[in-house]
Design a protein around this ligand. Structure first.
Ligand SMILES: [Zn+2]
Length: 577
């Protein structure tokens, strides 16, 4: 019998590799663990089991197989997750099957439109007359042929309907082209291309699929130097970092991410050998982007030109990274040039800059004290206005007090004064990343289990993992555990493997995760059993109390004394824990 594509994909892919492609996993016994990407936490409760090919977070209760993970992390439907993983596994999905058509969602049509548009732009850069000029411009900026291919750079001809005519001739509707962000309809109803006469930088998602485009002029003085795709079903600029798909493996390997500002900077930096780099494309870093970056590394090296006194988007992004506990360092370049220029003209200067990074605080201190004189009262005030918010954002109190001392020393004032002033500073970002947890990760409410369910799961998982513990669970106990747990335990007593394999897999992983915490299984089972019995007893006592109240209201002395006796009798069954 032919196996289904789903089974085929599961056979070919390893869950540790798939999940490891998105985040850093650390070995933990037979499993791997990491801080959960779906909720905010400090202690890692996200586990991946290579033996069972499942994942589970014991903090937010999300879990499943590779498909579930991809759905969750990419925020896509099952069909898209299937398509993504099929591609990764090299499994071909039959185009004609009704299942496939069902999966072929609107998103997928848009992916096709973007991919086709990307090919169209690439071809124009190679073959069109102005396209060739654009290519020469790129080569002149130092971008190699190889990089042009790697980053799939292109050119959009300076006509109103070049791309859209091409896409409609390939069977895509105007509506789809517009939804992909590639065309617009004017107020008078005419339909035209968004990108005209521009060098095109395709924007990729984490799986290197084209989801949007950035276009920039190269010869005219068009005031709109940059034009970017609007938000679409596929592209959300607050979530995508340019180049992360190509850099993620290197970022993890080097445990450091270089952050630059523009497309050309990034391509040049990557071309020069630092492949662990991504670009923000001129917008402020968002919490969501930082959350994604954190899966790969907490070390950020920025190569931005920063105006310290200003409130630029760039500075806000860096401030946010700092407040979220990133270890931010600054790559300072000679002559305040951008990385692309430095690499083109003095590649050795770039190398030198990479080796001599400064911590963000050192950078702030040096630049501020260089620019502003600390000799006057006004100067002192100006300096503290810039530096106090930066110091206040440091999540570590020890590190914070170091910089408070430093500032007091340099301003020739007492530390207490600096501390008092710092208290008055308002920061919009809370440390600890609470902001991220509440506002950014919109994954809905966490699944909440009752105490009884949790205790039942704990008992079953520990028995499953260490069958000798089955003897601890007597017939009596079975009556107290929830139905699904009772079924598992009953199967085990008859020496059968549990019928619900998914549930059993989850219980196994739970036991392993708890072993990892160094829990004594036998003692734990006993304590869980006592607690679950007490829960049952308390439930019965609650019910009697309610009946008692009614009997009292009804003035039924016989019933009252009967219930009181019952209550006493049952209370005697409560076990002291
Ligand atoms: Zn979680």
């Amino acid at each position: 019998m032919l196996s289904s594509p789903i089974e085929e994909i599961k056979n070919r892919l390893d869950i540790v590799e798939v999940i490891g492609g998105y985040m850093k996993l650390a070995k933990a016994g037979a499993n791997f663990r990491a801080p959960c990407p779906f909720h905010s936490e400090k202690k890692p409760s996200f586990f991946v089991s290579p033996a069972r090919q499942i994942w589970h977070c014991f903090g937010c209760s999300k879990g499943g197989d590779i498909f579930g993970f991809v759905k969750e992390i990419e925020g896509v439907e099952f069909g898209d997750a299937l398509r993504l993983l099929a591609q990764k596994a090299g499994v071909e999905l039959k185009k004609q099957s009704p299942e496939y058509d069902q999966w072929k969602s609107e998103r997928e049509r848009l992916y096709e439109v973007c991919e086709l548009a990307c090919k169209f732009f690439e071809k124009q850069l190679e073959e069109g007359t102005t396209g060739k000029e654009a290519k020469n411009y790129l080569l002149g900026r130092g971008i190699t042929e190889e990089s042009i291919k790697k980053w799939r750079l292109g050119y959009s001809p300076d006509v109103w309907q070049g791309l859209s005519d091409f896409l409609t001739s390939r069977g895509y509707t105007k509506d789809e082209i517009q939804k992909a962000g590639l065309a617009l309809t004017s107020e008078r109803g005419s339909f035209y291309d968004r990108f005209r006469g521009r060098i095109i930088f395709p924007i990729f998602d984490l799986n290197s699929q084209v989801v949007g485009f950035g276009g920039r002029v190269f010869k005219s003085d068009d005031p709109a130097k940059y034009v970017n795709s609007p938000s679409t079903l596929l592209y959300d600029k607050s979530r995508i970092l340019y180049g992360l798909d190509k850099a993620k493996v290197e970022i993890r390997k080097k445990n450091c991410c270089i952050l630059v500002e523009g497309y050309v900077d990034l391509i040049m930096v990557s071309q020069s050998g630092s492949e662990n780099a991504v670009a923000t494309s001129g917008t402020a870093l968002t919490s969501y982007q930082l959350q994604i970056l954190k899966r790969y590394s907490e070390n950020l090296h920025t190569a931005f030109d920063m105006d310290l006194a200003g409130d630029s988007a760039t500075k806000r992004g860096i401030d946010l990274a700092q407040s979220q506990g990133f270890n931010v360092k600054v790559i300072t370049m000679p002559g305040e040039k951008d990385p692309a220029d430095v690499i083109l003209h003095n590649p050795q200067d770039w190398e030198k800059s990479l080796g001599g990074t400064k911590s963000i605080l050192e950078f702030y201190f040096e630049t501020t004290f260089t620019k502003i004189s600390s000799g006057t009262p006004e100067g002192k005030r100006e300096i503290s206005k810039i530096l106090l918010p930066v110091i206040k954002r440091i999540p570590s109190k020890i590190e914070q007090s170091h910089w408070v001392q430093e500032l007091a020393k340099k301003l020739h004032v007492r530390e207490e004064i600096v501390e008092d002033e710092m208290k008055k500073v308002k920061t919009i970002y809370s440390p600890e990343g609470a902001f991220v947890a509440e506002n950014i990760i919109g994954h809905g409410p966490m699944a909440i289990k009752t105490r009884r369910e949790l205790l039942g799961e704990k008992i079953a998982s520990m028995v499953l993992k260490n069958p000798q513990n089955l003897s601890l669970v007597d017939e009596d106990c079975l009556a107290f555990v929830p139905e699904n747990i009772r079924t598992v335990l009953a199967d085990l007593r008859q020496q059968k493997s549990p019928q619900d394999a998914n549930f059993a897999n989850y219980l196994f992983l739970k036991a392993e995760a708890e072993e990892e915490e160094g829990i004594d299984c036998e003692a734990e089972i006993k304590s869980c059993l006592r607690e679950i019995k007490n829960l049952e007893v308390r439930g019965r006592l609650d019910a009697i109390s309610k009946d008692l109240k009614i009997a009292e209201e009804e003035s039924d002395p016989g019933k009252v004394s009967d219930l009181v006796r019952k209550f006493k009798e049952i209370s005697g069954k409560l076990i002291n824990i």
